[in-house]
Structure formats: structure tokens, C-alpha cells
Write a protein that binds this ligand. Structure first.
Ligand SMILES: Cc1cc2nc3c(=O)[nH]c(=O)nc-3n(C[C@H](O)[C@H](O)[C@H](O)COP(=O)(O)O)c2cc1C
Length: 474
């Protein structure tokens, strides 16, 4: 493909959205700078160079999609939008991308820039790269936070590309945490059930789109096509020799190896998107790295999670809100006026605003939202409001919650839903990660909504009149 991380960096630099940082330590300083940068809205991307203990040119990039401009550029949808405009643009684009992905089969090429350097066997050394230890209580250095883990289904042959965290154990092994239900976890399980090692390739530096699509709940096996549909050209891949897996030809760094059966080592803790080190230390599969490919002066892409707003949170909110809105419509929910997944809690606080059409409309929307592809994994609260409530405005949402719902009849609890080891309220270790969902109907009661007390409003005419009469006060 004609796009790669180097071209992306040049464009971001030209926009004035790239900050170069020299002399930061891989040990905590990159993590702290990244977290503090992401707490400001509209923050720039950070490119770390001359990292302490490493030669110039071995770089780390964070903050790659933490502002509307960077998201617009990465998704190839243009810039200049605010949050809500961007969601609408993405909502419009999603069906186009979904309809066209079959035309963008990844294109196999023989070679690429990622082959500029190759280290095999004893030459493999993960510590040769400035892998950050992001947070003070992290159990190690995390080489995979914005990665693209590539595996193949041993039965059907389809290829998955997913983002899963990876902690370096030693110079040629890494742990990987993949929560239940994720596609690559199923692939690994299938190989292990046959007593075989699962071949794995991992790109750890690439155009941010590779990471962002790998971390989205797109249908099985279409990640490369989806990236192609967004860029409007096929992604170039090379069939990697050891694993037989397609790796992006323009990656900055690719690790190739395998995940053998029965080999588990303690992984974690790691500061996660819930704002806690909740998954603790648990045995996780190990990947033996047999070969590393990398470009000259490679860039490791990082997106460490944290209590939101963090590096990883903004993009997820936009995309998941847009996807859920479209999914609800596709599942037949009429008159969805807005969907917002609060950035504060990743995917755990979803607000859907609807124009109530019939008795049960709100409950139907809430139930489907809890079990949708976006809401099903470790969700928590779904609130449905009337169409006059702006779901992105937490003040309005809480006002509707407190004034239009009565807990005894408007809150339902659904038990035994899907969660995972990152869930802070589940005591570890646990054999099964269930949690519950609360769905809250914060709409005016359907039966007498037209008699609901009138709201206090100031008409636009009255507001204009008093504002112009008392300009010095308002
Ligand atoms: C920054 C970031 C880190 C993530 N880390 C993990 C992880 O460690 N384990 C995991 O199972 N999912 C993780 N995810 C979520 C998955 O990438 C996401 O659910 C994706 O859809 C998984 O791909 P799959 O559906 O093909 O399995 C992460 C997402 C992001 C944005």
C-alpha cells in the first residue's frame, strides 16, 4: 500500500501535531509523559528518540489517535470535525467500508521495507528495542500495546489480526494476554487441542490504522480487507517464512514465532483501561520468538491503557459509539437519535437516546445494546433516554436518570454476562469471568409521557431578548 507509518508521521508533522521528545527513559518516563499528554483533549502525537540506554533512531510513538484531527487523518475521512461530527462521518463511512471490504483482498508481495534487517535464532533480542515499562506497578516491559497479532485458524485457514497485550519475559520470549472469546485465543486453543504449537506473527510498529482495526470488533477474518477499504487500496502483505502468516510489508518491526502448548508463565500486572491493575498476575501463554524483522530506525507503536482519558480511549469511544448506533438500527430498533459510550469508563457506560415509538421500545434497545458486539464484553450500565437528551452530555444524562426513572421499576439486572480478567469487581483468581448488566430506562414513562410535567425552558426568543438587553451580564 502507498501509506505507511513514515508517510503518516510526515503528514502529522506538517500539521504541527507531532512533538519530538529526546532523552526520556523507557523506564516509566515514556509512560508518564504519554498518560499526562492524553489527559489533555486535542493532544499531539509523541515521538520519542534518543531514549536513555538506546542509540538514536530506535523510536517509540504514542498518542497516535488521541485527537479528532489524528483520528480523521488515520481513518482517511478528513479533518476539521468535532466529536459529534466525527461520529456522524464515521457512521456514514462504516456501511461503505463494510460493503466494499471484499474488494480489498490483501495483496501478496515478495518483499518490503520490514526486511531491511533480519535477526534469527540466537540474534533475537527483544531488549534491543526501547520497550517501555509504562506504569510503576507493571510486572514488566510491554512490547505489545498497539500491536497486530496475526494467527490462522487451523481448521478453516482464516487469518485473524488482533491487538492483545504482550509483556517481555526475556530476550526471546514474551507473554500474551488474550481474554476469552477473542479470535486469536480460539486459534491458539485449537492448535493446543491438537498438541501443536500455534504459529504467531506480531507487528509492533505500523501505520496507526493497522492497530486501530486490529483492536476493533470487526467480523472474523476481514481486518486486512477492512484496512484496505478505509485506505481505498489493498494492504501489501508478505507471507512470513517461519509462520506462513501474512505480515504487513510496511511494518516497522515484526516478531515471528510460535505459542507452544502447555507453556504458561506469570504475566502482569499491567495498568489497564479500567484505571486499575485489575488482572493481577496470572499464568498466560508464552510466545517463543524465532525471528525479528525491522526497518532501519524502527518505530515501536505504543498505546498504553490507563484511567481514561488515556492514549487508547478516544478512538475507541468514537468508533464503538458509531458501530453500536449502526448495529442497533440494523437489528431493527427504530428512531435511535444518538449513542454515546462514555470515555470515562471505556465501554461500561452506554447511553442510547431514542424517540419512544411503542411500549417496550426502550427496553428492547437496552437489551440489544448490552449483548451487541460492542456492549457484550465487560459492559456494565446501559441507560436509555428520550430524544431530547444529548447522550454525550453527562449532565443531561444524569438529569434524565434522576428525574425520569424510578429505580424500583426502571432498573433491570441481567446476570451471568460476558466479562474478563480485567474486570476490577471480580475477585481473582476466578474460574469463570461473569458479570452483570444494569439496564436503566430513563425515558419518560411511556404510558403517560404526554402528561409528564412540563420542563422549565427558556424559549430562544426570550433568551435572545434578555441577552441583547443585558449584554454586560450574560
Ligand atoms: C490498546 C488496546 C489494548 C488491548 N489489549 C487487549 C488485550 O490485552 N487482550 C485482549 O484480549 N484484548 C485487548 N484489546 C481488545 C481487542 O483488541 C479487541 O477486542 C479486538 O476486537 C480483538 O480482536 P478479535 O475480535 O479479532 O479477537 C485491546 C484493545 C486496545 C485498544
Amino acid at each position: 500500500m502507498s501509506e505507511d507509518l513514515r508517510k503518516w508521521l510526515a503528514k502529522v508533522d506538517e500539521l504541527g501535531e507531532l512533538r519530538r521528545i529526546n532523552n526520556a527513559d523507557w523506564n516509566l518516563e515514556i509512560g508518564a509523559l504519554t498518560a499526562l499528554n492524553a489527559r489533555r483533549r486535542n493532544c499531539p502525537a509523541l515521538l520519542f528518540d534518543r531514549i536513555i540506554g538506546y542509540p538514536e533512531g530506535l523510536r517509540v510513538l504514542t498518542g497516535s489517535t488521541s485527537s479528532p484531527k489524528l483520528v480523521g487523518l488515520t481513518l482517511n475521512v478528513g479533518m476539521g470535525y468535532d466529536d459529534l461530527e466525527l461520529i456522524e462521518v464515521i457512521r456514514g463511512k462504516l456501511p461503505e467500508w463494510e460493503a466494499s471490504w471484499s474488494r480489498y483482498q490483501p495483496r501478496e508481495v515478495k518483499t518490503g521495507t520490514v526486511f531491511e534487517n533480519v535477526k534469527t535464532g540466537k540474534e533475537v533480542d527483544l531488549f534491543a528495542f526501547p520497550v517501555p515499562k509504562y506504569n510503576e506497578l507493571d510486572g514488566g516491559r510491554y512490547i505489545g500495546t498497539a500491536d497486530a497479532v496475526i494467527t490462522r485458524d487451523p481448521d478453516d485457514g482464516w487469518v485473524n489480526v488482533g491487538t492483545y497485550r504482550m509483556m517481555v519475559h526475556d530476550k526471546n520470549t514474551s507473554g500474551i494476554l488474550i481474554v476469552p472469546g477473542q479470535h486469536s485465543r480460539v486459534h491458539i486453543q485449537k492448535y493446543h487441542e491438537k498438541g501443536q504449537a500455534c504459529p504467531i506473527a506480531v507487528s509492533i510498529g505500523h501505520h496507526p490504522l493497522v492497530f486501530r482495526v486490529a483492536s476493533l470488533e470487526v467480523p472474523a477474518g476481514i481486518e486486512y480487507n477492512f484496512m484496505g477499504a478505509i485506505l481505498e487500496e489493498p494492504v501489501d502483505v508478505i507471507i512470513e517464512e517461519i509462520t506462513g502468516l501474512p505480515i504487513p510489508a510496511d511494518s516497522e518491526i515484526v516478531l515471528a514465532g510460535s505459542c507452544p502448548p502447555g507453556n504458561f508463565r506469570n504475566e502482569g500486572p499491567f495498568g489497564e483501561w479500567t484505571g486499575y491493575y485489575a488482572s493481577g498476575v496470572e499464568p498466560a501463554p508464552v510466545i517463543d520468538i524465532e525471528r525479528i524483522y525491522y526497518r532501519n530506525n524502527p518505530v515501536l507503536l505504543g498505546s498504553p491503557p490507563n484511567k481514561a482519558p488515556c492514549d487508547a480511549s478516544y478512538f475507541g469511544v468514537l468508533l464503538r459509539s458509531a458501530m453500536l448506533h449502526n448495529d442497533l438500527e440494523r437489528m431493527g430498533i427504530p428512531d435511535v437519535k444518538g449513542v454515546w459510550i462514555s470515555e470515562v469508563a471505556g465501554r461500561q457506560f452506554i447511553t442510547v437516546s431514542i424517540r419512544q415509538r411503542y411500549a417496550g421500545h426502550a427496553k428492547q434497545a437496552a437489551l440489544l445494546a448490552t449483548q451487541s458486539r460492542v456492549g457484550s464484553n465487560m459492559g456494565r450500565y446501559v441507560i436509555v433516554t428520550d430524544e431530547d437528551i444529548d447522550p454525550t452530555n453527562i449532565q443531561d444524562v444524569l438529569w434524565a436518570l434522576c428525574t425520569r426513572s424510578d429505580p424500583v421499576q426502571d432498573i433491570d439486572i441481567i446476570r451471568n454476562c460476558r466479562s474478563n480478567s480485567l474486570d476490577p469487581v471480580i475477585r481473582k483468581p476466578s474460574k469463570a469471568y461473569f458479570n452483570s448488566r444494569a439496564i436503566i430506562d430513563a425515558c419518560k414513562p411511556y404510558e403517560w409521557k404526554d402528561e409528564f410535567p412540563a420542563e422549565i425552558r427558556i424559549s430562544p426568543e426570550l433568551a435572545d431578548r434578555v441577552k441583547s438587553k443585558w449584554k454586560d451580564i450574560l
